[in-house]
Design a binder for this molecule. Structure first.
Ligand SMILES: C[S@@+](CC[C@H](N)C(=O)[O-])C[C@H]1O[C@@H](n2cnc3c(N)ncnc32)[C@H](O)[C@@H]1O
Length: 213
């Protein structure tokens, strides 16, 4: 693949900063003390589909750093609930969130989650995991679908009957096949593009409701 010139990269970076600075969700996140603008994507989906309204929930948040989703999830689960967040990166502690630093594709990380769950079934699995982008669309898409597969596999093994799975994906090679596969496990699977997700991004979310074995 052709290398980009330094000035092209510089232009792209400054365009990103410009867009970031002008983004109303970024400003709102700062104002409300949220860790990232991603929080608005989750709240919009949860509110629209009336999810997590009952108080005690067991939730696993995959790819949770810096923590805006986990923070929101911890506020939606009452006493006796449990929120477990997993990420490759470090995360500043959050009240009500059990954080595990590790690669979720590795069995040692899954074993830590399993231990924390101590046999409890999960009400909702959310995954905002996205791979480090290589710049090669095919490679990045394959990695994304790989992470989606791992999240679905976990959900299938740990969700309670009637539980939900929300995960981030990208439109592209393998997406339709993955969505069909997910459809085999849930009463409904919806493709959701929240308003806070940039229109210019091919990122979308898949929401599987009512897990059935
Ligand atoms: C878009 S960020 C998540 C933002 C988060 N939902 C929030 O609201 O703060 C995606 C995260 O996925 C994590 N990630 C990517 N691959 C992962 C893996 N294999 N295991 C665990 N975390 C992973 C990245 O480290 C990154 O922090």
């Amino acid at each position: 693949m052709a290398k980009q010139s330094k000035s092209k990269t510089k232009r792209k970076t400054s365009a990103w900063f410009q867009r970031h600075a002008n983004d109303p969700h970024v400003r709102q996140a700062r104002k409300e003390g949220k860790r990232s603008r991603a929080a608005f994507k989750l709240t919009e989906i949860l509110n629209h589909y009336k999810l997590l309204q009952r108080k005690t929930h067991v939730i696993v948040d995959l790819g949770c750093a810096p923590g805006s989703w986990s923070d929101e999830l911890a506020q939606r689960t009452g006493e006796g609930g449990l929120v477990i967040g997993v990420d490759l990166l470090e995360m500043q502690p959050l009240a009500g969130v059990h954080f595990i630093q590790g690669d979720f594709t590795e069995s040692a990380t899954l074993a830590c989650v399993d231990e924390l769950l101590a046999g409890r079934r999960v009400d909702m699995v959310v995954s905002d995991m996205s791979p480090e982008m290589s710049g090669n669309k095919l490679v990045d898409q394959a990695r994304t679908i790989g992470l989606n597969d791992v999240a679905l596999d976990f959900a299938v093994n740990y969700l309670r009957e009637g539980g939900h799975l929300l995960l981030k994906s990208f439109m592209g090679e393998g997406f339709d096949t993955f969505k069909r596969e997910m459809g085999g496990w849930f009463a409904s699977v919806k493709v959701v593009k929240p308003a806070a997700s940039r229109k210019s991004s091919s990122e979308i979310y898949l929401l599987g409701q009512q897990f059935r074995r």
